[in-house]
Design a protein around this ligand. Structure first.
Ligand SMILES: C[S@@+](CC[C@H](N)C(=O)[O-])C[C@H]1O[C@@H](n2cnc3c(N)ncnc32)[C@H](O)[C@@H]1O
Length: 441
């Protein structure tokens, strides 16, 4: 890819928001990840960057894998990292070849048959995360189905926990597809616990309020999900692709990217929002399905950029974060409202520290002259504007990334809207989603 000769003005940048995408393409999503951007957005950019052999596209916050799916289907080599193993599975599932479609139902039926045969043999541990929502009988049935997927399609008989890259490397798109079908099944069975805020899952107040779907209901919902998912394969996300392009999807930290210096030709990504939306909490169901017990869940949650948790010792403000960030943090610190000097100050220091480290890493791995597109949303702390796009631009400039183009899209709906308490300070939020295009110096 001759990225340095690309004219950035000619690149087609569409509104990244998913709800702006045509309805058909929203319906064709394998997993309803609220944090994603539309595949039209990443595909449009990629179609104006001409792929040459071995051109490598990377997304350090790959989420549901929109960038990697678009890149792979356009013949680019691609790599996507995300710290959340559940999202790595979703990104893998999106790469399932349409050629696998005819066998999906028969594989599902054989998973169900094997589950029925082995249901009595399974014991569940005290730390079993599904017990938060389901009674013991339903938990056993779901766990049994999950164990069959793992044994039959990944581990050849000996269960492997999908919390590390050695295990993740063994997961084919086909195995990931069945995990995603089970994610969707579990989510559907828990609909009563999912509020309109997509980033939260309620828990039953007492054991008696736990869900108790029968084994046969679980199998019926699972088969229904397989049927609706298999209809999606063949739609726009899954076009035929270059036979020789490669894809690598792993658990990885954007603050410490496991790639060589100057090895990447283009980045398209969206860092976590600065709205205290907890990405681990929003995927608590999926993490429970892959047996992420409480202590691992807490560790993952604390490690994610944008977490609502705070460490005992916060990072200190650094001049390389830029003047806009420093001014915002000063105004936040001096705000009259409760905990501004404590929790909120620390929480924002953490966010900016993580963002700054990630941007340094992005710059390190990009080839000279190569482009990096970041979708970034501004937000507010009470009435104080948090101009994340400008802050990211200043951080990037400090790391050797020059801003060459910025496209702003007014968003009438944003992740901040899900935090109703924030409305006390502003009646109408004018949120802007910015697509920042950088070039590595
Ligand atoms: C805004 S979402 C990206 C959505 C993605 N563009 C899509 O279309 O689905 C940000 C993602 O960053 C991940 N994340 C948060 N902190 C991370 C970190 N330090 N390293 C890698 N991924 C991280 C979250 O799990 C989340 O999936």
């Amino acid at each position: 890819m001759k990225s340095h000769s690309t004219s950035f003005d000619n690149i087609a940048i569409s509104n990244p928001k998913l709800y702006k995408a045509p309805k058909a393409s929203q319906e064709s999503r394998v997993f309803p990840y609220y944090a994603g951007y539309s595949s039209e957005f990443s595909s449009n950019i990629l179609s104006t960057l001409k792929p040459t052999r071995n051109a490598l596209v990377f997304d350090p916050w790959n989420g549901s894998g929109t960038t990697t799916t678009s890149a792979y289907s356009q013949g680019f080599d691609c790599i996507g990292f995300d710290l959340n193993p559940a999202m790595v599975l979703v990104a893998k599932a999106r790469l399932l070849s349409p050629l696998e479609r005819p066998s999906l139902i028969s594989i599902a039926k054989s998973l169900i048959d094997q589950s029925q045969l082995s249901i009595g043999a399974l014991t569940i541990s005290d730390g079993e995360p599904l017990l938060k929502w389901f009674n013991t009988g339903s938990t056993v049935a779901l766990r049994n189905l999950e164990t069959r997927i793992n044994n039959l399609l990944i581990s050849n008989g000996t269960y492997i926990q999908l919390n590390n890259n050695k295990a993740m490397d063994q997961v084919s798109s086909l195995a990931a597809f069945f995990y995603v079908a089970l994610f969707r099944t579990t989510r559907k069975l828990l609909l009563d616990f999912i509020p309109s805020n997509p980033t939260w899952v309620k828990q039953p107040k007492t054991k008696l309020n736990r869900k108790r779907p029968s084994q046969s209901t679980i199998y019926t919902v699972f088969l229904d999900e397989i049927r609706s998912l298999s209809l999606l394969y063949g739609l726009n996300d899954f076009k035929s692709r270059e036979a020789d392009s490669t894809v690598c999807l792993k658990i990885g930290n954007a603050e410490n990217i496991a790639l060589n210096n100057e090895s990447v030709d283009a980045i398209i990504s969206s860092p976590p929002y600065c709205t205290r939306i907890d990405y681990a909490v929003s995927t608590a169901i999926e993490l429970a399905v892959i047996r992420c017990e409480q202590s691992d869940f807490d560790t993952l949650r604390r490690g994610l950029t944008g977490t609502s948790t705070v460490q005992r010792i916060a990072p200190t403000l650094e001049s390389k974060w830029g003047s806009t960030c420093a001014l915002f943090l000063e105004r936040l610190y001096n705000h009259q409202s409760h905990a501004s000097k404590g929790y909120y100050f620390k929480n924002h220091l953490q966010y900016f520290s993580s963002l700054s480290r990630s941007i340094e890493e992005i710059s390190r791995i990009l080839k000279h002259g190569s482009p990096c597109f970041l979708v970034v949303q501004d937000s507010h702390y009470k009435e104080v504007h948090n101009d994340v796009p400008t802050i990211v631009t200043e951080m990037a400039s400090h790391s050797g990334l020059t801003i060459v183009r910025r496209d702003d899209f007014k968003a009438s709906r944003s992740m901040v809207d899900v935090n109703l308490k924030s409305k006390k300070y502003l009646n109408t939020r004018n949120t802007t989603e910015s697509v920042l295009c950088f070039q590595k110096n």
